[in-house]
Design a protein around this ligand. Sequence first.
Ligand SMILES: Cc1cc2nc3c(=O)[nH]c(=O)nc-3n(C[C@H](O)[C@H](O)[C@H](O)COP(=O)(O)O)c2cc1C
Length: 201
Amino acid sequence: MTALEAPFPSPADPDPIPLLLGWMREAKSTAPGWAAALATATCNGRPSVRMVLVQEVTPRGAIFYSDGGSRKGTELRLNPRAAICLHWPALGRQLRAEGRVRRLPATKVDSYFHSRPRVSQLAAAVSHQSRPAPRRPELEAWVDRLASELDGAEVPRPRRWTGYLLGFEVVEFWREGPGRLHHRVEYRRMGSRWQVCELQP
Ligand SMILES: Cc1cc2nc3c(=O)[nH]c(=O)nc-3n(C[C@H](O)[C@H](O)[C@H](O)COP(=O)(O)O)c2cc1C
């Protein structure tokens, strides 16, 4: 299927969510995960951006996991508005979403944390993401020490390590077009309905 044959919203589509979920499913066939650029900002509007892995997409929003004490976690606590952007070059598609970010319930975070490989759990447990790091051997020694203290027992999830849901309030579908006349359709949630608008490329 070429980019131009792929499903794309027409301004008559009242709800972007079915197409968004379809795009996410199809993207999994071209890349192993959903890597997204996540933009956050301080209360003063100073932005920062980094990649995160979107682990799940539901009609309500996109779910990702991180350390709540990290730079992004601190920014989200003080200013819970964020944006993500995903790009699939093989499909000629970009997807953007903006909205309010909420923390996931502890039970859901626990279950995801314990589904991860043990080495990832140990790394998350010893690392305070975004703080200055010691030399690598010391960092590795922290992991070894915790592993030997636990002696095979379950790795406790650090309370700071958490999950987030970025609610879909604005969603934009972008599809590559010939001669750089790309296609863009933006949806803005207005209560229970969506306002749809085609944008110039
Ligand atoms: C492809 C990719 C996926 C990543 N996924 C995550 C993730 O899901 N969660 C996370 O906390 N960091 C992830 N990272 C690391 C972040 O990009 C970033 O370095 C880290 O979260 C610290 O960001 P901060 O200091 O802005 O909070 C990922 C990096 C890459 C390159």
